[in-house]
Design a protein around this ligand. Structure first.
Ligand SMILES: CCCCCCC/C=C/C(=O)SCCNC(=O)CCNC(=O)[C@H](O)C(C)(C)COP(=O)(O)OP(=O)(O)OC[C@H]1O[C@@H](n2cnc3c(N)ncnc32)[C@H](O)[C@@H]1OP(=O)(O)O
Length: 253
């Protein structure tokens, strides 16, 4: 039974709430283990089409657990690794719904999701430099790709926080909602995605992610191959027939 996450489903959407209120959802080993297991369970469940990851009003997550890391010494074999990367293996879309602090590993976790929706209260930052370390779960790489070198350097070197409006302007955040509407609005979007063709949704996610890993020529070639292969699926036939027949498509079969 998970203790540090809360899990619900709403229709075809799986909702995971980080739940460690006394530590602002600091990402300790147990929490990351529970999160990884639940993400894998939703990914394997055909009744789920999209996943929402959220925290509390005050914090999405205030980073990796500093108290747990403090006594560790190099080379940290059991620490670096699999637990933090489990979210990257999820094939279904994962939307981060961020309110309050998303700092350090919390910001990195949000950036590992497929898109970030933010409450107007959200604050993003990579303050690890204040602790005598640097981001260690992709922060220097994903933040730089999202907001560009100048702002990433500014955030990583000064440890300053960026509010939701700045994060949206910079391209880190896709949509901003008033805090009391964040979860409901995010769930609505997730439900819309979850009603689409799971094959097409999975391919779309895979192709967008490919843009970060390959050249333009290779990425376009990959997209073309997946696009063409969708013409071998019933969902392409259903989607296009529904358009021509002026009805809603049904991708449930
Ligand atoms: C292969 C990958 C390997 C993984 C690499 C991961 C690398 C990631 C590194 C990090 O994330 S380092 C941590 C970065 N985050 C921070 O530095 C933020 C730390 N927190 C704060 O600065 C403040 O808590 C706050 C967010 C500005 C909020 O301040 P506020 O005054 O409102 O609350 P507090 O009283 O400080 O906090 C309440 C409670 O929560 C505990 N806590 C907060 N953050 C953490 C944390 N990151 N780790 C552990 N505990 C945390 C804090 O200690 C308080 O608890 P008590 O001490 O009162 O029991």
């Amino acid at each position: 039974m998970a203790e540090m996450i809360q899990v619900e489903t709403q229709g075809r959407v799986g909702l995971i709430r980080l739940y460690r209120p006394q530590a602002l959802n600091a990402l300790c080993d147990q929490l990351m283990e529970e999160l990884g297991s639940q993400l894998a369970a939703f990914d394997a469940d055909p009744a789920i089409g999209a996943i929402v990851l959220t925290g509390s009003e005050k914090a999405f997550a205030a980073g990796a657990d500093i108290k747990e890391m403090q006594p560790r010494t190099y080379p940290l074999e059991d620490f670096i690794g699999k637990r933090w990367e489990s979210i990257l293996r999820i094939r279904k879309p994962v939307i981060a719904a961020v309110a309050g602090f998303a700092l350090g590993g919390g910001c990195e976790l949000a950036m590992m999701c497929d898109t970030i929706f933010a409450a107007d209260t959200a604050k993003f930052g990579q303050p690890e430099i204040n602790l005598g370390v640097i981001p260690g779960a992709g922060g220097t790489q994903r933040l730089t790709r999202a907001v560009g070198k100048a702002k990433a350097m500014d955030l990583v070197l000064t440890a300053r926080m960026m509010d939701a409006a700045e994060a949206e302007r910079a391209g880190l955040v896709s949509r901003i909602f008033p805090a009391d509407q964040l979860l409901a609005e995010t769930l609505k979007v997730a439900e819309r995605i979850a009603a689409l063709s799971p094959v097409a949704v999975g391919f779309a996610k895979d192709c967008v992610n490919r843009a970060f890993e390959t050249t333009l020529t290779e990425g376009v070639r990959y997209e073309r191959a997946l696009f063409l292969s969708l013409f071998g699926t019933p969902h392409q036939r259903e989607g296009m027939a529904a358009f021509v027949e002026k009805r809603k498509p049904d991708f449930s079969a």
